[in-house]
Ligand binder design. Structure first.
Ligand code: SF4
Ligand code: SF4
Length: 338
């Protein structure tokens, strides 16, 4: 995000809108990744499971998504799932229309099926492929979206690799050097993003990075970024990971993104993870990047975060009630796992 984008986003905030929107376009996914937050009971705050929601298909889905975009006018739209490619026929029509509307779209996929070649020419479309570790670990976690399939399905595309680091791989010496070496060498890969596993408050899971493991990994990435320029790990993001927001209220990413689930009505709160995410262990690259934006000082005096807080208050008063049905937190789920 550059400074011009910040000011455009600010305009949206001032009018009670959200500069960014994320839609879980389908409840379906052929994968069963361990640690996937989308299918945990906490995700929809105790209002059922994503797999049980009524979702949409065909023209109905296309029209509803377009209506949402016309209503909220986001500058940026993330299309996530479930697995968005389950609806590739609908996306084939939807993505060019969103491009014509001038909305930047990020499609997050496991690349379990071929990504249509024509999508590579859609202006403003960014395809992000989730690849969680080297082949043995990735294939075990994300079958049937195996390395073999991904390599076949991304041919002719320009993609960003997105890897979520878990504790099991973070403790292995040289693991991420090998990972970055493998994917940096692929001509289809333009950028590599690295996020860290983010647990729910009180969760106990193998994937969770202990503080010393997290710190050591961040030191290692700070060195590896020089060797692998495709790795996007500026100081601002490293700083965001070292000092995550203290709560969702302190998270600019959560507060500037409207997350809708597969019924295209209910909101996922407080951020894309749903439930009660542990912000102190947040490893979301977008949150880390925007935390740094919040620390920018306007005219070298006032941190943008203070201006944002005031603007958001004004904007949310103006826009009160126009941003979907919020799924309220269920206090019984405070200690759920991800
Ligand atoms: S591909 Fe994504 S939505 Fe599907 S199970 Fe894996 S993490 Fe969850
Ligand atoms: S993105 Fe991270 S910091 Fe922001 S609300 Fe979610 S868990 Fe907390």
């Amino acid at each position: 995000m550059n400074k011009l984008d910040v000011f455009k986003a600010w305009g949206k905030i001032l009018t009670g809108g959200y500069p960014s929107m994320s839609i879980e376009i389908t409840r379906e996914c052929p994968l069963r990744c361990p640690g996937c937050y989308a299918y945990e009971p906490e995700h929809l705050q105790g209002n059922g499971l994503l797999r049980e929601l009524a979702d949409f298909k065909g023209d109905n889905l296309i029209e509803r998504v377009l209506d949402l975009v016309k209503e909220h006018k986001p500058l940026h739209l993330s299309i996530v799932g479930g697995e968005p490619l389950v609806r590739f026929r609908e996306l084939d029509i939807l993505l060019p229309k969103l491009s014509e509307m001038g909305v930047a779209v990020q499609l997050v996929t496991s690349a379990v099926r071929e990504i249509p070649k024509a999508w590579n020419k859609i202006k403003g479309l960014y395809i992000v492929v989730s690849i969680d570790g080297l082949q043995p670990e990735h294939d075990a976690r994300r079958k049937p979206a195996t390395y073999e399939r991904i390599l076949r399905n991304i041919q002719g595309q320009s993609i960003t690799v997105h890897c979520t680091v878990t504790s099991q791989t973070a403790v292995r010496e040289g693991y991420y050097e090998e990972f970055l070496g493998f994917w940096s060498a692929r001509p289809e890969v333009k950028k590599i993003w690295i996020s860290l596993f983010t647990p729910q408050i009180g969760a106990v899971a193998e994937e969770i990075l202990l503080p010393d493991v997290r710190e050591k990994l961040l030191d290692e990435l700070a060195v590896l970024r020089k060797q692998f320029p495709k790795l996007v790990m500026p100081n601002a993001v490293l700083k965001g990971y070292q000092k995550p927001p203290s709560s969702p209220d302190d998270c600019i990413f959560a507060r500037t993104t409207l997350n809708l689930t597969a019924d295209l009505t209910s909101r996922v709160t407080p951020c894309q993870f749903g439930g009660t995410p542990d912000c102190s262990q947040c490893g979301c690259i977008a949150s880390a990047g925007l935390a740094a934006v919040g620390d920018w000082k306007l005219f070298n005096i006032l941190p943008l975060r203070s201006i944002y807080n005031a603007s958001d208050k004004i904007g949310k008063t103006i826009g009160n009630g126009k941003n979907g049905h919020e799924i309220k937190a269920d206090p019984k789920l405070q200690n759920g796992s991800a």
